[in-house]
Design a protein around this ligand. Structure first.
Ligand SMILES: NC(=O)c1ccc[n+]([C@@H]2O[C@H](COP(=O)([O-])OP(=O)(O)OC[C@H]3O[C@@H](n4cnc5c(N)ncnc54)[C@H](OP(=O)(O)O)[C@@H]3O)[C@@H](O)[C@H]2O)c1
Length: 193
């Protein structure tokens, strides 16, 4: 007897870019904020990479920034339909945020926090990653998720020593994360809300 056909659907996706800064142990956040003092070299890099692009963030990251970032489409993910994020697109799920991106752009910059990075890795799709390694042992509560470093290819790496633009030594690393097999999105009827 012939097997019944399973309905499959492949979601169209924007290309994924991710930007994050972390300390020597992968720490990215402390009590809703960044775990270090202002690093202007990193802020400039963040702005240069994301300006005139579409950025997607979790509600806690939006709250810590406190406003929509200018000259960017801001997408905020929250389960609350009444979260106040003036100037942003509010979506109720991560996948909904990626779908909203498609109406605006063909690329999305995932700017955190950890819950957003984690959901991006769960897609098992290629991600262009722009990481800043901050040479400090800070204290905090939110860590960049584990990911398979053997699936990464470094494109560019630059050291920025402690100086007027940064109170810590920094490493800027651009890399491609490309897991395989790429099968995670081929599923029976995925619901996108
Ligand atoms: N160093 C860096 O590069 C960097 C970058 C970004 C953020 N941070 C830091 O990281 C910390 C925040 O990160 P976090 O992981 O705690 O929080 P987050 O990812 O910024 O936000 C989490 C919230 O996003 C919403 N959310 C996420 N996925 C969702 C989904 N699938 N469906 C519905 N809602 C969803 C939920 O909001 P609701 O609770 O409203 O439902 C959830 O509580 C802060 O300390 C921030 O300063 C650091």
């Amino acid at each position: 007897m012939a097997k019944p056909k399973r309905e499959t659907r492949i979601m169209k996706m924007p290309s994924l870019s991710l930007i994050a800064a972390m300390d020597n142990s992968g720490l990215i956040g402390a009590d809703g904020k960044l775990p270090w003092v202002h690093i202007s070299a990193d802020m400039s890099r963040f702005r240069r990479l994301t300006v005139r692009k579409t950025i997607l963030m979790g509600r806690k990251t939006h709250k810590s920034i406190g406003h929509a970032l200018k000259q960017r489409h801001n997408i905020v993910v929250s389960s609350s339909p009444v979260y106040n994020c003036t100037g942003c697109f509010l979506v109720s799920s991560f996948l909904g945020g990626l779908q909203t991106t498609l109406a605006l752009d063909d690329e999305v910059f995932l700017i955190g926090g950890a819950t957003i990075y984690r959901q991006a890795f769960d897609l098992r799709l290629p991600i262009k990653m722009f990481l800043t390694l901050v040479d400090v042992d800070a204290e905090g509560d939110t860590y960049f998720p584990d990911f398979d470093r053997s699936k990464c290819r470094i494109l560019k790496q630059r050291l920025v020593p402690k100086g007027p633009s940064t109170p810590y030594d920094l490493q800027f690393i651009d890399m491609i994360y490309d897991p395989s097999p790429r099968d995670a999105l081929v599923k029976g009827k995925r619901h996108v809300s």
